[in-house]
Design a binder for this molecule. Structure first.
Ligand SMILES: Nc1nc2c(ncn2[C@H]2C[C@H](O)[C@@H](COP(=O)(O)OP(=O)(O)OP(=O)(O)O)O2)c(=O)[nH]1
Length: 365
């Protein structure tokens, strides 16, 4: 919320004539609420236990439930009342409005623009999580110059307002995109880190009624990180997965694909993985396939932000894609696609042997 506010204020300050003052204030409040609430629906340990959300529901659906079905909705309505008193009925703010924008159900181009601060190639969510995760994981990846990036943000118009970076922002944007790339390849998708997600998922599948979190929002909210830790400690004598997590008893990796495996690689790894599962027992093997789309290429426009050029002049400058100018960004367009096969100790040698034989067959050796 803090970063979204700075980014919004900064962009609007550069181009004062975009919205009338009351609309500018209203949009700002809406954006702050979206930023504050957008991740409320994450289950315990966030992405790590998404695999046990009820079928057909994503964490975004739980965010919507939290906003609409808990006291959070009442707080939002209270803010709405303040805004209607200040500016009139058309400036209401409701839980429905917040969810419609967040879930991409609005047609208004200005509201779509607002969402871009939270979900786009230049969103402050990424700006936040990269630096936060880098700090808490104690790694040097993920770093870039946040102040510079935010002050490079600007607007251009193409069928409504759009976020872009200005002419001085190219290198900081390169650093930002590389930061995301390294955090995914080196941290989020690290083989041991991913294994903890998988072991946690397996534990939760065993322990939760029906193997999933409940879809009732109040029951869902009764689970948090501490409760899950407690369950793990309580169940450690009964659950292999709880025991493994608590004692750091990891499962070794038989092999993994390159970070940008293509369809052919994926097919080979999957085929070999399934055979290993059949031969060694499904319960002894874990196959993981983390993937991430490449960073969407940001747009760059020629704006001299020092002078706060009015919007009319700014529109005349043509937007260009950063990939036209940056050799680094041009070459970071492949999705990350990794496939890994893990095997428990008792079957490890057998699994490795099958893997090596099949790899040789696949390569025609
Ligand atoms: N436990 C766990 N966390 C992950 C994984 N992948 C990403 N994360 C963490 C890293 C960040 O703190 C946060 C980013 O979440 P997402 O990738 O869902 O964000 P988003 O789709 O907005 O990112 P993007 O726009 O693609 O950069 O989640 C994963 O496989 N397991």
């Amino acid at each position: 919320m803090h970063l979204a506010t700075i980014a919004y204020d900064n962009v609007l300050k550069k181009h004062q004539v975009i919205f009338p003052p009351e609309q500018q204030d209203w949009f700002r409040q809406i954006l702050r609420l979206i930023a504050l609430t957008h991740d409320l629906g994450h289950p315990p340990f966030s992405h790590a236990s998404e695999g046990v959300l009820p079928v057909g529901l994503e964490h975004e659906d739980f965010t919507e439930k939290v906003i609409k079905e808990t006291i959070i909705g009442e707080y939002i309505n209270e803010i709405g009342v303040i805004y209607t008193k200040k500016y009139g009925q058309e400036y209401n703010i409701t839980p429905d409005l917040i969810c419609d924008i967040y879930q991409g159900r609005v047609k208004d181009k200005n509201l779509i623009f607002l969402k871009k601060f939270m979900d786009s190639e230049l969103d402050v969510d990424k700006m936040d999580y990269l630096l936060r995760d880098s700090l808490y994981c104690g790694v040097s990846y993920g770093k870039y110059d946040l102040d510079r990036l935010i002050s490079s943000l600007t607007i251009y118009f193409q069928n409504g307002p759009r976020l872009a970076i200005d002419k001085g922002g190219m290198h900081v944007t390169e650093a930002f995109i590389l930061a995301r790339y390294f955090m995914f390849t080196q941290v989020y998708f690290h083989r041991t880190r991913r294994l903890y997600d998988l072991m946690l998922t397996n534990f939760l599948k065993e322990i939760l009624p029906n193997g999933t979190y409940p879809d009732d929002i109040n029951e869902f909210l009764s689970y948090n990180d501490n409760i899950v830790w407690e369950l793990m400690v309580r169940e450690k004598e009964n659950s292999e997965w709880a025991q493994r997590i608590i004692h750091r008893d990891l499962i070794s990796i038989v092999d993994e694909s390159p970070p940008h495996s293509d369809d052919k690689d994926k097919k080979i790894y999957n085929m070999i993985g399934r055979e290993i599962e059949r031969e060694c027992g499904k319960e002894n093997i874990i196959i993981d396939s983390p993937s991430k789309l490449p960073h969407k290429i940001p747009t760059r426009v020629e704006v001299d932000d020092e002078k706060a050029i009015p919007i009319i002049r700014k529109i005349s400058s043509l937007p260009t894609s950063l990939s036209d100018e940056s050799e680094i960004i041009k070459n970071l367009t492949k999705p990350i696609n990794i496939i890994r096969i893990y095997a428990k100790k008792d079957v490890y040698d057998k699994a490795k042997k099958i893997y090596e034989e099949r790899q040789r067959d696949a390569l025609g050796l």
